[in-house]
Design a protein around this ligand. Structure first.
Ligand SMILES: O=C(O)CCC(=O)C(=O)O
Ligand SMILES: [Fe+2]
Length: 495
């Protein structure tokens, strides 16, 4: 937590320095009607590719757009209460995550839990977790995902930047026989396996506090400048843009782009010399950010006039972000707990500092990265889809066992019959983990009680869970660790 605070401060200083250098002036940016636009795209934004609406199958557009409306109508798209520079804020856009069963995506201090997308093979046994309408919707976005997996790869083989006019309008299904790119040292696999999509929705008319883009004067931002977090290095991002037809008879919806269109803005990170790029999007247009673009550049979304959805397909870095992973970790921790089948009495297999440290780390991980993250989002997941309900109960059970492990470790530290060296080692391990646990519990409690959190309706309101008090069924340790921490500290003074 402290480390991220430091880097935030550094970034803030850097940002202030850039703004100072600019002295209130705007940096130029180019749009398609400006001379030099194509050249700038090719020279400084070559990782950006536009895939015009006409190059996707018409029935795919139909299914995807109807899916987006279904998800919106059912209330699945909600503003996230994220944490930016130590403060809680609502995202301007409403979001939901779809993806491979058991996948999560972490951004801005928030772990989103994917509604599983459904495919023909029924992978992941997701049949019963949500109703037909949602299943259909998830399936449509999975199909779009499949299209992107194939299509981005094909674009990789073509190489070079492409402008709006240069993209060939061909049947995308035909591109699959093209040869694969030469193997390179890239970390991303040749065929990107987009494993999640983060859906965005915003109705600009309902938003009165959109921020002005500060550096270039590009206009109102729906999503401010950022790098996408938590992706496999050098992996591409594919975005589907759907601007809903407006009431006024169609300006920025399907037709040509104009001053009221939604746009994606790009800039070179920490650079005030290269002009920015603003690319207007027609409804159904897609764009790809490939190669290192997401690392070397930042992007933002500039609001148009009509309501707009986007589906942003990503290769999320999931090495510590899948249900499978955290279940495996829990098993690792619980390996250290021995329960006598006859008496039910519990003992630890190992009091080695490394074994205890592992248990305590996993304890904090499952509590703060999974349980509290999940419950902080209230019942927003489980209202529509039961996929996460059982796994979360199981994780909570494992976590409760870990409370027993901590209790046993504490008893070992306080056991006067043991060697002082061993007791000191155990106490030191506990002190670090418990101090961290106590701090993080406080942070989550504060987040749950923040004034913004209070504005949410009951079904979306954050739940501070796990939580227990004296009146609740007994737990191995109290929720508030103040006294325990003092006990361990004074033990360390004495030993
Ligand atoms: O909606 C878009 O076009 C992109 C949104 C975006 O940058 C994001 O969700 O990270
Ligand atoms: Fe993004």
């Amino acid at each position: 937590m402290k480390r991220s605070g430091d880097s935030e401060r550094k970034k803030k200083r850097k940002r202030q320095k850039l703004l100072q250098e600019l002295g209130g002036q705007h940096i130029p940016f180019l749009s398609p009607s400006d001379p030099g636009f194509q050249q700038l795209w090719e020279s400084s934004y070559s990782g950006l590719t536009l895939r015009p609406a006409s190059s996707l199958p018409a029935d795919l557009h139909e299914r995807v757009q109807s899916a987006l409306h279904s998800l919106q109508r059912r209330g699945c798209l909600l503003r996230d209460l994220v944490r930016i520079r130590g403060r809680d804020v609502f995202t301007a856009v409403s979001r939901t995550l779809l993806g491979k069963p058991g996948h999560t995506y972490r951004y801005l201090g928030t772990r989103l839990f994917a509604l599983p997308w459904h495919n023909e093979t029924g992978e992941g046994d997701t049949e019963a977790c949500c109703d037909r309408e949602l299943r259909e919707a998830c399936k449509a976005l999975w199909e779009l995902n499949e299209f992107f997996c194939q299509d981005v790869e094909r674009k990789e083989t073509e190489g070079g930047p492409e402008g709006v006019e240069k993209v060939p309008e061909e049947d995308p299904a035909e591109g699959q026989g093209t040869s694969k790119s030469e193997p390179t040292a890239e970390k991303a696999p040749a065929t990107p396996q987009f494993n999640i999509t983060l859906l965005n929705y915003m109705e600009p008319a309902a938003m009165n506090d959109l921020k002005e883009e500060p550096y270039y004067g590009m206009g109102k931002m729906a999503v401010s400048w950022h790098h996408d977090e938590n992706l496999v290095p050098s992996s591409p991002v594919a975005v589907y843009n759907y601007s809903c037809p407006g009431d006024k008879g169609g300006s920025s919806g399907e037709g040509d782009v104009d001053g009221t269109s939604w746009r994606v803005g790009l800039k070179v990170a920490w650079d005030i010399h290269t002009p920015g790029l603003a690319l207007p999007l027609r409804s159904g247009d897609c764009y790809y950010m490939r190669d290192d673009l997401n690392r070397t550049h930042q992007h933002c979304v500039l609001a148009g006039e009509t309501a707009r959805f986007s589906s942003t397909h990503r290769v999320a870095e999931c090495s510590v972000g899948t249900l499978e992973y955290i279940q495996r970790r829990c098993r690792e921790a619980l390996d250290n707990l021995q329960v006598d089948p006859d008496t039910g009495s519990k003992t630890l297999r190992s009091l080695q500092p490394s074994a205890l440290q592992l248990c305590e780390e996993i304890h904090n991980e499952v509590e703060f990265e999974w349980l509290r993250q999940y419950w902080f989002q209230g019942r927003r997941c489980s209202r529509f889809c039961s996929w996460w309900t059982k796994p979360m109960e199981q994780l909570e059970e494992s976590w409760a066992q870990m409370e027993s492990i901590t209790q046993l470790a504490l008893a070992a530290a306080e056991d006067e019959g043991s060697a002082d060296d061993r007791r000191r080692e155990v106490a030191e391990t506990l002190l670090t983990a418990l101090t961290d646990r106590q701090e993080q519990r406080q942070t989550w409690r504060d987040r749950c009680q923040s004034s913004l959190a209070q504005t949410l309706p009951p079904e979306e309101a954050p739940v501070n869970r796990p939580h227990w008090g004296e009146e609740d069924p007994p737990m191995p340790l109290p929720f508030d660790l103040t006294d325990i921490i003092s006990r361990v500290e004074s033990l360390l003074w004495r030993l």
